[in-house]
Each structure stands twice: as C-alpha cells, then as structure tokens.
Design a protein around this ligand. Sequence first.
Ligand code: IMP
Length: 209
Amino acid sequence: MEPPINLVIATRNKGKSSEIKSLLSGFPVIIKNLHDFGPIPEVKEDGETFDDNAYKKASFSAKILGFPALADDSGLIVEALGGAPGVHSARYAGENASDEERCLKLLHEMNGKSNRMAAFECVISIAVPTGVALTYEARCEGLITEKMRGSNGFGYDPIFYYPPLKKTFAEMTREEKNRVSHRGKAFKELKEEFDKIMVWIRQQTPKIF
Ligand code: IMP
C-alpha cells in the first residue's frame, strides 16, 4: 500500500485551518501547518481573483517547502456594495483589525440598504513543488443580517444568514456549516476526486533517493 501523502495547509488563519483539518479528517494525508516549518516568507495576496490568490499561496508554499500544499482563498461578496469586500475580505477594516471590527464595518456600510444579498466564495488550490496546481471552487448564497448573531466559526460568520437553515453561520455547529458552506462544498468536490488527486500528486512529485 502507498504511504500517506504529506500535505501542507498554506494558511495562517486559525479559523480556516481548523475547518480544513476537520474537512480532511479520515483522508490518507499527513497534515502539516506552515508553523511546522519555522519562519518562512509570507506570500503577497495581491491577485485580483480568489483563483489568483489561492494559486499563489499554494504554489509558493509548495515550491519553498518541497511538499504538496493546499490553499484556500475565500471571501464575502455583497451585492449592494458592488461585490466588496471580495478579495479584500481579510483586510477590509485594516491590517490589524479583529473579526468583530470587520463585521461591524460591513454592517455600518450596509446601514439602510434593503438589498442584503451576499455570497461567500471559496477557491481551493492544491499545488505540487513544480508549481502546477488543481483548483476547486464553490459558492454559498445568503443575506447580511442587521446585527451580529452567534459565536461559532470565524470571520463574517455572525453576519451571514443562511435562509434554508434559518441561522447565521455563527449559529451553526461546525458540521452544519461544513455541509452547506462555500468551503464545505468545494471540499466535497475535492474529496470525491481524492483518489485521483493522490495519484496526480505522486506523479508530479519527484522521488528523492
Ligand atoms: P483569505 O482567503 O485568507 O484572504 O481571507 C479570507 C477572509 O474572508 C477571512 O479572513 C474571513 O474574513 C473571510 N472568510 C472566508 N471564509 C469565511 C467563512 O467561512 N466564514 C467567515 N468569514 C470567512
């Protein structure tokens, strides 16, 4: 039997990293985090799309660490704000702002707006050290609330209401969120192809003797 594959989760976001670990549980991979490797340069997330940034993060990490790497680039798209915060979701209220400050800023921008439609989008990129990558993407539609609700999850979860379950993401258990979220859906596709992905990773990763 083939040994499990080492896979680096290329994110420093603790909320994301713990969701990704739970989504990959039961799969034949040894998960490594960026902090397992000591200080390494940070990749600039200056792409114009989630796709650009996911690829940048995964391929940069795979190249400098010498292991296959998985990165997720995601964010919230709000219709009444012309698609903001979009690719700038992580830094919407400034570089060192907290999740709560980002949520409050967005609620403030949405003050008085009747169109509350929004969607989370997620692109997952899996890259090997030569730089080639596979991508998976998904979207989850919902509404921006009037105030923060719930304390689970991370990021904009307390202000993203998902009508089919009548809850914000922050009011859901992790299992509920994983079943319906942008990240959960992208991982569902990835997991369905995982056997092929493992073969692809092995073919692309030169053996070191
Ligand atoms: P990045 O993909 O690391 O650039 O950051 C994405 C940002 O989008 C996060 O820091 C969150 O603010 C937000 N975001 C992405 N996915 C989620 C989610 O599942 N829930 C809440 N916020 C999210």
